[in-house]
Design a binder for this molecule. Structure first.
Ligand code: ZN
Length: 131
């Protein structure tokens, strides 16, 4: 993979601050799910946008993502699982395939090991955590 591919075409990293924010919001929402979208710059996830009014029930949190205006800096989605499961559900995969290139799931107990990133097909993607 050349430099251009690594830095322009694919999402290869996430800022540690952004990851910590995801884990913190997941923790605050527990035992409910939270959902949001990811923004990236130069292949690194730098920001999450939370969806207002999604802190209620899990299924609905995901569905409201469709109502969000999507701009070009939005690269995918993030949501939490109140269980220790990092695997995606059928609904999750359906969402992954709606838009975006990178999808993060954070699961209980929401520490720096309890999250995972997936691509459009639900394949695991390694993201570098950038300080
Ligand atoms: Zn899920």
């Amino acid at each position: 993979m050349n430099f251009f591919d690594k830095h322009k075409k694919r999402i290869w990293g996430i800022k540690r601050d952004t990851l910590r924010l995801i884990l913190e919001v997941s923790r605050d929402s527990h035992p409910r799910e939270f959902a949001g979208v990811l923004r990236a710059r130069e292949g690194v996830v730098t920001e999450i946008l939370l969806l207002p009014g999604t802190f209620s029930s899990s299924r609905h949190a995901i569905m409201q993502l469709h109502m969000l205006p999507i701009d070009f800096s939005v690269v995918g989605t993030v949501h939490s699982h109140p269980s220790p499961s990092l695997g995606w559900s059928r609904e999750d995969l359906y969402l992954f395939q709606k838009f975006g290139r990178i999808h993060i799931i954070a699961s209980y107990p929401y520490n720096e090991e309890s999250w995972c990133a997936y691509d459009f097909y639900g394949n695991k993607v390694e993201l570098e955590v950038i300080d």
